[in-house]
Design a protein around this ligand. Structure first.
Ligand code: A2P
Length: 265
């Protein structure tokens, strides 16, 4: 019994880097144990060593933002002032310890989708995290002719993480040549002036999204969709995607689109 409990206990990892973007957003990197395997797009439990007042550590689900081939693990997080975990997590520094769960899971993986021509990833806020992993995975470009990542946020500063990442991909030794001409990054804002304004749901409803992407409207033969954001964003976006005739898939039953809620709190 003890042995089983021990083997499921999180591992203690070292913080390798921390970068803050806005007063609500930051990213961090931790060491990756050799035994830790995951598929690009999956999430894992992350926590901090328990304080004297805590009976056990507080752990929360986080999408791994780094690709499955990387020797480090990257996470992209919101900061919530009174959030049980993020109030403390936002203060981590290089060299600190972070707890890492052992069982990565999730549906935002290439295997949960049927083969197709075009992969769309619709994200809002920190919902871009799993897609930061998927767009760095060579398999994504082997499976699809076109890869389109959309990211909608309230304000410009919240787009920085995704923009820097996408810009850096051209020089990436592994996927640099694959992303060239194949990966499109469409960004929109809802609460500040910006060339493209509006929620992803609005862009889908008006067809503005397809104009921006230079594609025909979604269709179940060619298009595959991954959705990640708040619960409301997922429900509303999913309902719209279904109106184009796409059906929801899972690991056990791959289909045309998949959804997952991004971490909050
Ligand atoms: P809005 O500014 O109109 O609320 P949040 O930080 O609250 O998760 O929001 C991130 C982005 O997701 C914002 O641009 C927000 O737009 C948008 N959003 C919020 N709710 C929905 C929804 N139900 N459907 C689509 N987009 C949404």
């Amino acid at each position: 019994m003890n042995e089983i409990l021990m083997s499921n206990a999180p591992t203690e990892e070292k913080v390798l880097a921390v970068e803050h973007y806005t007063d609500r957003l930051f990213r961090f990197e931790i060491s990756r144990p050799a035994s830790f395997r995951f598929r690009s797009g999956e999430f894992i439990m992350i926590g901090l060593p328990k304080t004297e007042e805590q009976r056990k550590p507080i752990m929360r689900a986080y999408s791994v933002a780094s690709p499955s081939w990387d020797d480090k693990l990257e996470f992209y997080s919101i900061k919530v002032e009174d959030g049980p975990l993020t109030s403390r997590l936002q203060k981590i520094k290089e060299g600190d310890t972070v707890l890492l769960g052992k069982k990565p899971v999730g549906t935002l993986v290439l295997d949960a989708l049927l083969p197709g021509k075009r992969l769309w990833m619709f994200s809002t806020g920190t919902g871009i995290a799993p897609f930061a992993s998927v767009i760095r995975d060579p398999e994504t470009y082997e499976r699809y002719d076109e890869v389109i990542l959309t990211h909608t946020c309230r304000e410009a500063g919240e787009l920085t993480y995704g923009k820097r990442l996408v810009d850096s991909l051209v020089n990436d030794p592994l996927v640099g040549e694959m992303v060239d001409g194949k990966l499109k990054h469409i960004t929109s804002l809802t609460r500040e002036d910006y060339p493209l304004k509006g929620r992803i749901t609005t862009l889908l409803e008006t067809g503005k999204l397809f104009e921006e992407a230079g594609t025909p409207p979604l269709n179940p033969q060619d298009d595959r969709v991954m959705i990640c954001g708040s619960m409301d964003m997922i429900n509303d976006t999913k309902a719209l995607v279904e109106t184009f005739g796409l059906t929801e898939g899972s690991n056990s039953q791959p289909a045309e689109f998949v959804v997952e809620k991004s971490f909050v709190g």
